[in-house]
Design a protein around this ligand. Structure first.
Ligand code: NDP
Ligand code: MG
Length: 394
């Protein structure tokens, strides 16, 4: 029997990280928890270390490393610190599989390190791909990394494409990729009400339980904007080949339309353990702890066109993709600053996309030749967004 795969989970204490541990723990003969990381939730990381006894645990700062060291078994778990620690576990020669589940731009460098080390790379951290698409995909190809999408829509598209798919939609007779979107908690909320929504209301997603940043992204539909760009890089889809379909039940996770008129969809309960298990075991199928889909209880599946007036973020996603260069990195960084200001109660909900659009207008697209250009665009957009937030502060 082959030995278990060594799993490295970047962002182990988050929603995707914990779901990954849940699936992996169901299959101890297949997976061994080799390395875990967290940022601030050290208590949670300590509990995970006690339960899974990883070889490495990574925290953000030295003081947290001391606090964690007192709570892990000596001689079992080595504690590493910061970006260097993350890069080390992602590229470690004994790591077989990396789950990239850090939220936001902070995940870019370690996720890229995993790609450059040619790992089996499970990508939840869509922001990394949005920011650095061409650089990231070049690293995947050059170093023969196996890239598997975790985002439920992209995992669904991946499942609906032929096994032989190698990044050429036309060559495989694909006409369009149809990304479904629940429409978030404010799909039908009167526009006037949206001015006053609170962070807790924005984070109360009707179908999915997720971290707070992506929950706000779902409420503005910036999440779908990021996913349009993600689909472009993962599948080589041109902007006009990517269509957003609002599907409030979140049962159809996405679809692929072929030249002969066939549309292939992937369905399932809205539970991230399905795409996680799919990618962990790929190309095999394993039990994920997800219940059977009860179509009789669901009864009806609805599909409606997205409302670009209500959700201007969608327009910004297509715009960033068409502009290319540093535009997606600018969009992403401005969004992170604006969402964080909204979650802190410093910015009204409707101002989130206004800040992003103003930053994109101000900075414009610039050529993207290397990682320095990405990081430069990220920093410039954060500065600009900070000023915009200051000007619009509640
Ligand atoms: P969470 O906020 O729940 O978790 C984020 C994780 O990243 C935590 O482990 C957190 O550590 C860590 N982290 C946060 N900031 C930093 C930082 N600066 N440096 C290092 N680590 C950091 O997020 P989710 O699990 O919801 O999302 C993770 C990623 O997956 C995102 O990119 C999201 O877009 C994507 N995704 C999530 C889905 C979901 O259902 N949740 C669905 C599809 C995609 P700590 O806990 O210590 O703060
Ligand atoms: Mg998604």
């Amino acid at each position: 029997m082959t030995r278990p795969q060594n799993l490295c989970i970047l962002g182990a204490t988050g929603s995707i990280g914990l779901n990954t541990l849940d699936v992996a723990a169901r299959h101890p003969q297949r997976f061994r928890i080799f390395a875990l990381s967290a940022n601030e939730r050290i208590d949670e990381l300590a509990q995970l270390c006690q339960r899974h006894e990883p070889r490495y645990a990574v925290v953000a700062q030295a003081a947290q490393a001391d606090a964690l060291a007192r709570r892990v078994k000596p001689g079992v778990t080595e504690i590493l610190i910061g970006q260097q620690g993350l890069e080390r576990i992602a590229a470690h020669e004994e790591t077989d599989c990396v789950m990239a589940a850090i939220v936001g731009a902070a995940g870019l460098v370690p996720t890229l390190a995993a790609a450059r080390a040619g790992k089996k790379l499970l990508l939840a951290n869509k922001e990394a791909l949005v920011m650095a698409g061409p650089i990231f995909m070049h690293a995947v190809r050059t170093h023969h990394a196996t890239l598997l999408p975790i985002d439920s829509e992209h995992n669904a598209v991946f499942q609906c494409l032929p096994d032989s798919f190698r990044g050429d939609l036309g060559g495989h007779g694909v006409r369009r990729v149809l990304l479904t979107a629940s429409g978030g908690p404010f799909r039908n909320t009167p526009l006037e009400r949206l001015r006053h929504v609170t962070p807790d209301e924005a984070c109360a997603h009707p179908n999915w339980v997720m971290g707070r940043k992506i929950s706000v992204d779902s409420a503005t539909m910036m999440n779908k904007a990021l996913e349009i760009i993600e689909a472009h890089w993962l599948f080589g889809a041109a902007p006009e080949q990517i269509e957003v379909v609002v599907h409030p039940q979140s049962v159809v996770h996405s679809m692929v339309e072929y030249a002969d008129g066939s549309v292939i969809a992937q369905l399932g309960n809205p539970d991230m353990r399905t795409p996680i298990a799919h990618a962990l075991a790929y190309p095999e199928r394993i039990e994920a702890g997800v219940g059977a889909l009860d179509l009789f209880r669901i009864g009806q599946l609805d599909f409606v066109a997205p409302d670009f007036e209500r959700f201007p973020a969608l327009r910004l996603g297509y715009r960033a993709l068409r502009e290319g260069g540093t535009s997606p990195a600018t969009l992403n960084a401005a969004n992170e600053v604006a969402v964080s200001a909204f979650l802190d109660g410093r910015l009204p909900f409707l101002a989130i996309t206004a800040v992003i659009e103003a930053v994109m207008d101000e900075l414009g697209p610039r050529p993207l030749a290397g990682l320095d250009d990405v990081l430069g665009a990220d920093a410039a957009a954060r500065r600009q967004a900070g000023m915009q937030v200051g000007a619009m502060t509640v």
